[in-house]
Design a binder for this molecule. Structure first.
Ligand code: NAI
Ligand code: OAA
Length: 332
């Protein structure tokens, strides 16, 4: 239906998705095009970046997107050139990277994947729109985000984020099942640190029914079951499916960007540290964040007990080691 003269016509938001022909891409693109990323009144233009060998597969996905006749989808472009893919991009979802196989840690992917994120960071720096927001999903996500950010000196550092929302959602789900409450009863869940087995899902600030979650579960369950189940869930999915999480990862990417754009009181996201909570400045580490006006802000003033301090420090140490490793590789 044509808009009337009095209705403002919204300019489509350009959303660039890398790794568009991969399994997360397939679970993600249809949800973006249907309005779940940016809202039901925001038209989107999709830009799909793939390696040359996978461009044809991305074209096939684009044909399926066409076949959905999504009212909000104003166009699709497909390219193997990052300079084209990020040209004028408002939102960039950096998914394209190799997934790990059983027996690997995500950090083992740095050698294979790290090299992808420097050129993409540079292309974002040179071509993206002024309001660009970047979410890195490809593993190891925090350090890949750091590589992209360091290669984009003209873009405000705060626009580069990495995904720990899947860990956050896993933590909500595990706690809700344990306490037999709906996930909506849980407030102030937080993932700290790296999207890796060292991550720290924190129940000392989470609340259920207005009371501290850690006080509603026994300490053994918290230490021996909850933390490792959340932290090693990615490996458990690989073991069960024979492939790494895809639909749940796409869902978390939608949640992350949706909340970044539309605002939230409290979630978890890996953002550039300003030194808060003793996390060295510049590392891209997961924190409790709120979002307002299109900006994430680290929630301040939380008291950190000694158990949590030790866990946060261990994960942050790993991030510092990964930063050193990519420096040694000449990636930043
Ligand atoms: N942060 C998180 O919570 C999660 C991260 N992941 C990570 O997301 C990444 C993607 O996972 P899947 O979609 O399952 O992998 P996949 O192998 O199914 O798809 C990856 C796609 O990326 C493409 N690609 C590779 N290099 C590229 C480049 N330079 N530019 C553009 N595209 C490129 C490949 O051609 C492939 O189509 C993996 O690194 C995986 O470990 C997965 C789940 C959760
Ligand atoms: O575990 C993996 O390799 C994929 C991933 O990041 C996750 O599922 O959290």
């Amino acid at each position: 239906m044509a808009s009337s003269a009095t209705e403002p016509v919204k300019v489509p938001v350009k959303v660039t998705v890398t790794g568009a022909a991969g399994q997360i891409g397939y679970a993600l693109l249809f949800r973006i095009a249907s309005g779940q990323l940016l809202g039901a009144d925001t038209p989107v233009k999709l830009s799909l970046l793939e390696i040359p060998a996978a461009v044809k597969a991305a074209e096939g996905t684009a044909m399926e997107l066409d076949d959905c006749a999504f009212p909000l989808l104003s166009g699709i472009e497909i390219t193997d050139d990052p300079n084209v893919a990020f040209d004028g991009a408002n939102v960039a979802l950096l998914v394209g990277a190799m997934p790990r196989k059983a027996g690997m840690e995500r950090g083992d992917l740095l050698g294979a994947n790290g090299g992808i994120f420097g050129p993409q960071g540079k292309a974002i720096n040179d071509h993206a729109a002024d309001d660009i927001k970047v979410l890195v999903v490809g593993n190891p996500a925090n350090t890949n985000a750091l590589i992209a950010q360091q290669n984009a000196p003209d873009v405000p550092a705060e626009r580069f984020t990495a995904m720990t929302r899947l860990d956050h959602n896993r933590a909500l789900s595990q706690l809700a099942a344990k306490l037999q409450v709906p996930v909506t009863e849980i407030k102030h869940m937080t993932i700290w640190g790296n999207h890796s087995a060292t991550q720290y899902p924190d129940l000392f600030h989470a609340e259920v029914g207005g009371k501290v979650a850690a006080e509603q579960v026994d300490g053994d369950w918290l230490r021996e079951t909850f933390i490792p189940t959340v932290a090693k869930r990615g490996a458990a999915i690989i073991e069960a499916r024979g492939a790494s999480s895809a639909a749940s990862a796409a869902n978390a990417a939608i949640d992350h960007v949706h909340d970044w754009v539309n605002g939230t009181e409290w979630t978890s996201a890996a953002v550039v540290s300003d030194g808060s909570y003793g996390v060295p400045e510049g590392l891209i580490s997961s924190f409790p964040v709120r979002a307002a006006g299109g900006r994430f802000e680290i929630i301040q003033g939380l008291e950190i007990d000694p158990f949590s301090r030790e866990r946060i420090d261990a994960s942050v140490r790993e991030l510092a080691e990964e930063r050193q490793a990519v420096k040694d590789l000449g990636l930043i």
